[in-house]
Design a protein around this ligand. Structure first.
Ligand SMILES: [Zn+2]
Length: 430
C-alpha cells in the first residue's frame, strides 16, 4: 500500500485542482482518494504500532518529498507543496526510433535492447502510456504484450504495428532513405497491385490496436519534389477495413486538404494538421464543423514541426501558421490529442511531451486543459479512459508528482519528483 498525502490533486477530469488530498494505492490500482485530515507527523504517529515508534522509521531522504515506511509494503509520502497528476500519455511515438542521426530510422527491439532508452526516457518524464504509430512488427506487438504481463518496467504500449504508405513514398523513401529493413519490417508498401483489404486484415489479425496510414506527397528531403501517395479511394478502403476489424484508424497528413480527405474518409485520428513543406495551411469553417461533428481527434505534434522548421529557407515556413491553425481547432472545440512524433531526429521521447504541452498553451489552451488533454483526453483517444488517464478509485495507478502547480504554469510538469506506473514507483528524484 502506498499513501500520498497532503497533495494538490489534478485528477485529469476536474478543471480545478483539489487541495490537501490523499491518494491511496493498493497493488496496481488507486484504492481511495480523500482529504488529508492530519499533518504528516500526525499520520506517521497514528500509523505506528506501540512497539515501533515512527521516530525511528521516518527517514527524511534527499528526495524533495518526505517518505516514511511502515513496513515493506506500506509507504507514506508527504507531498505538501507538490501536485499529483495522472501518468502522462504520448499518443504519437516511434518506440524503436532514434532522436539523432547516428542510428537512422526505426530499429527493431533487438537493436534497441528491448527499447531500453525509450522506456527509460518515457518513465522518467512521467509518461506511463504511449501509442506507437509505426514500429517494427511484430516486435512492438510482442513487447506490448510482455509489458502488460509485467516482464518490462515500461510505459504501457498501444500499437499500430506497421505503417501503411505508398511504395516510393513518405516516410520510407524520403526520411528513411529506402532502407529495405524498415520497408519490410515497419511498413506496408501500397501500389496498384496491393490487396489493401487483406493487408489491413493481416495487421489487425496480428494484433495491431490501431491502423495507421499516410497521406503524404511532399519529399521533405528534396523539396519541392513530390513522392507517390496512397490514392484517396485506397485511403477510404483502409479506414473502412480497419473499422470492419473493430480497429480505429489514424491518418498522417501533410496538408489541410489531406486533413479534410482523412476526415471525410472517416478517420478516427489525424496526425500533424500539416507538416514542414506544407503548401495548403488554412483550415476553413466547413472543416472545423466536420471535425467537431465527427468527434475526430487531431494530434498537432507542434513541437516536432517546430524542431524541423527549415533553417536554410528552401521550404516554406509553417510553424507560425501552425500555431494559428491549432488555435482555430482549440477555439472550435475540436478534440486535441497530445503527441510528439518522437523519436524522429531532434524529438526526444520524454522531454518532447513537455515541449508539446507548452506549445499547446501557445496555441491558446489553458494549462489545466493541456494536462487534461495529455491524460484523460489521450486515454479517451486510445479508448482506454475507463482504466487510465484519471486519478480515481479503481483506475490503474499511473501517476506523477511534480513540484509546483501545472494548472498555473505548464512548465511545472517538468519538475518531476516521483513517477508511479501500474502501482510501482519507477522514478524518484534523489
Ligand atoms: Zn510519426
Amino acid at each position: 500500500m502506498i499513501e500520498l498525502i497532503n497533495a494538490t490533486l489534478i485528477d485529469g477530469i476536474s478543471p480545478t485542482p483539489a487541495q490537501h488530498m490523499t491518494v491511496a494505492i493498493d497493488g496496481n490500482k488507486i484504492s481511495a482518494i480523500h482529504e488529508s485530515h492530519a499533518t504528516p507527523s500526525n499520520i506517521a504517529a497514528t500509523r505506528s504500532t506501540p512497539t515501533n515508534t515512527d521516530a525511528t522509521r521516518t527517514t527524511p531522504t534527499n528526495t524533495a518529498a518526505t517518505l516514511s515506511t511502515q513496513s515493506d509494503t506500506d509507504i507514506i509520502i508527504d507531498l505538501k507543496g507538490k501536485t499529483i497528476i495522472p501518468g502522462l500519455i504520448d499518443v504519437h511515438v516511434h518506440f524503436g526510433g532514434a532522436d539523432g542521426f547516428d542510428r537512422p530510422g526505426i530499429g527493431s527491439r533487438h537493436e534497441t535492447y528491448d527499447y531500453l532508452k525509450s522506456r527509460t526516457d518515457a518513465l522518467r518524464h512521467g509518461i506511463t502510456t504511449v501509442r506507437s504509430t509505426g514500429d517494427y512488427t511484430p516486435d512492438i506487438l510482442d513487447y506490448r504484450d510482455e509489458v502488460s504481463s509485467g516482464k518490462h518496467i515500461s510505459p504501457r504500449i498501444v500499437a499500430a504495428g506497421k505503417m501503411i504508405q505508398a511504395r516510393g513514398g513518405h516516410p520510407v523513401s524520403t526520411v528513411f532513405g529506402a532502407d529495405p529493413a524498415i520497408a519490410t519490417g515497419a511498413c506496408v508498401l501500397v501500389d496498384e497491385n496491393t490487396d489493401i483489404v487483406n493487408e489491413v486484415r493481416m495487421l489487425s489479425d496480428a494484433g495491431a490496436d490501431w491502423i495507421k496510414a499516410f497521406i503524404s506527397e511532399v519529399n521533405k528531403l528534396d523539396y519541392p519534389k513530390r513522392v507517390p501517395r496512397i490514392p484517396p479511394e485506397t485511403i477510404k478502403q483502409i479506414v473502412e477495413t480497419a473499422h470492419d476489424c473493430g480497429k480505429p484508424c489514424a491518418i498522417h497528413v501533410d496538408n489541410i486538404s489531406h486533413m479534410r480527405e482523412a476526415a471525410l474518409a472517416g478517420a478516427d485520428c489525424i496526425e500533424h494538421v500539416f507538416s514542414v513543406g506544407a503548401t495548403d495551411t488554412e483550415i476553413d469553417g466547413d472543416l472545423l464543423d466536420l471535425l467537431v461533428r465527427s468527434n475526430i481527434y487531431v494530434v498537432p505534434t507542434v513541437f516536432s514541426i517546430k524542431a524541423h522548421e527549415n533553417p536554410d529557407g528552401s521550404m516554406p515556413l509553417v510553424y507560425d501558421k501552425l500555431l494559428q491553425q491549432v488555435n482555430k481547432l482549440v477555439r472550435a472545440g475540436v478534440c486535441i490529442g497530445v503527441g510528439t512524433d518522437s523519436n524522429i531526429p531532434f524529438v526526444t521521447l520524454g522531454e518532447s511531451l513537455h515541449e508539446e504541452m507548452a506549445e499547446l498553451v501557445k496555441c491558446g489552451m489553458a494549462p489545466i486543459d493541456v494536462v487534461i488533454a495529455a491524460t484523460s483526453g489521450n486515454a479517451r483517444l486510445l479508448r482506454k479512459d475507463d482504466v487510465i488517464g484519471t486519478i480515481a478509485p479503481g483506475y490503474l495507478a499511473d501517476l506523477v508528482v511534480v513540484d509546483g502547480n501545472p494548472a498555473a504554469d505548464i512548465t511545472a510538469t517538468r519538475n518531476i519528483e516521483l513517477v508511479i506506473s501500474n502501482g510501482r514507483i519507477v522514478y524518484m528524484q534523489c
